[in-house]
Design a protein around this ligand. Structure first.
Ligand code: ZN
Ligand code: ZN
Length: 191
């Protein structure tokens, strides 16, 4: 079903007065949530009733509009699915990631996040919902950067905790030779 004013745009609602299908840009609301087409909104506005213009909610309708578009172009979409399909995809990814953690996968995970996030942000223009794709890409980028920084902090903290005490002890007591760990003396058994 397509918008009565825009034959190329899928409708997301119907006017509750005349029943005509309207797209997100042609959907008006009364204060108590009644959905109207532009003509009937104008009629109600003339009586002094407060009417909410489409611009107020068009952002919130982006997802619904994208879903409607997806329904109209299923033949060309490389990945077709609703929320449950995406759920299965995410479940498979999480399972594979959890499996790889047993083999050091946790060290390369942030790098994958960086690459995939950058791809998502750069290619967002070709997605059905570019705003949602770009947001998810930036989340991946941000989380991956935090992950990499966290690992670097842990790595250098371990190095620091191992070597700094030795370093400072040799500075504070220049007369003492630096104390490096040596193997414990070997006890020779007495006959
Ligand atoms: Zn109407
Ligand atoms: Zn329209």
């Amino acid at each position: 079903m397509f918008c009565y004013r825009h034959p190329d745009r899928p409708a997301i609602e119907q006017c509750e007065t005349c029943g005509r299908p309207v797209c997100a840009a042609c959907l008006w609301y009364t204060e108590d949530g009644e959905r109207l087409c532009e003509e009937h909104a104008a009629g109600r506005k003339a009586t002094g009733e407060p009417i909410v213009p489409p611009e107020r909610y068009v952002e919130a309708h982006d997802d619904a509009q994208a879903d409607a578009l997806r329904g109209a172009h299923t033949a060309t979409a490389p990945y077709q699915g609703n929320t449950i399909d995406v759920l299965a995809l995410v479940a498979a990814v999480v399972g594979v990631v959890a499996f790889s953690l047993n083999f050091g996968g946790i060290y390369v995970l942030p790098i994958f996040g960086l690459v995939l996030g950058a791809l998502a942000v750069l290619q967002a223009g070709q997605s059905l919902n570019r705003k949602r794709t770009a947001t998810l890409g930036w989340i991946a980028l941000g989380a991956s950067v935090v992950g990499i920084v966290f690992w670097l902090v842990i790595f250098f903290s371990c190095i620091g905790l191992t070597f700094l005490p030795i370093f400072f002890s040799s500075i504070l007591n220049p007369n003492n030779p630096p104390i490096y760990p040596t193997s414990a003396p070997y006890l020779t058994p007495t006959p």
